[in-house]
Write a protein that binds this ligand. Structure first.
Ligand code: GLN
Length: 212
């Protein structure tokens, strides 16, 4: 007897297919979400990477912003990667003035934070609660978490060297707060489903899913 949650992947833009494959590999059912009726039936949601400013606009155009904000307020589990992390944040630095975010995780994130020279890079990330060694973090014009508010647990940091990005202990790149989690990196581009499994377990623990 296993509980199989149905997890939506916001499918307005970005890495939808890879997240769906990773969610299925992690033991849940994955469905693309483009409209409110599709959002209504899911037990949790992945907000993929892409471009947070564009996704913010598309959420408004597709009339999904308010319904999604409501579900997040009501405690629906969500996992945001990269641009998805930005969309879950309470405050966005270096964003566009008209970009909106859900404030589901009380944190401040900085867009494109790692700077031009390291637009994209790969680095191992030790993740609290994810066993089996460091995760291979793929960072693509990634944000970092600059400040966290009450109730936010830091799950992972990345060594930020001694350049302008330096921060003792490294920059925060993975967090969790209540039913929501976010990573600066893209776990869906690796064959390793441990981060998605962590999220699927969160959704299961929230009591959602059908018993099969
Ligand atoms: N820099 C992008 C943004 O601001 C995020 C990049 C990504 O999701 N790979 O939305």
């Amino acid at each position: 007897m296993t509980v199989v949650p149905e997890i939506g992947v916001l499918a307005l833009q970005g890495d939808v297919v890879d997240h769906m494959r990773a969610i299925e590999a992690a033991g849940a059912r994955a469905v693309p979400v483009r409209r409110e009726s599709e959002l209504d039936s899911v037990d949790g949601l992945v907000i993929p990477g892409g471009e947070s400013t564009t996704m913010s606009k598309l959420l408004t155009v597709f009339e999904l912003f308010e319904p999604l904000a409501k579900r997040l307020d009501a405690g629906m589990p969500a996992f945001g990667s990269c641009a998805g992390m930005i969309l879950l944040a309470g405050e966005v630095l270096d964003g566009r003035t008209d970009q909106r975010s859900f404030g589901a995780i009380p944190m401040t994130v900085r867009r494109n934070a790692f700077g031009r020279q390291v637009d994209s890079f790969e680095s191992p990330v030790e993740l609290t609660g994810v066993e089996g060694g460091p995760f291979h973090g793929v960072f693509i014009r990634a944000p970092w978490v600059e400040r966290i508010g009450e109730g936010v647990e830091v799950l992972g940091r990345v060594d930020s060297g001694d350049g302008p990005a330096a921060e003792p202990g490294g920059r925060i790149v993975a967090v969790r707060a209540g039913a929501c989690m976010a990573t600066s990196f893209h776990p869906e581009v690796t064959p390793d489903a441990r981060v998605h499994r962590y999220f699927v377990d969160m959704v299961r623990r929230s009591g959602a899913g059908t018993v099969e």
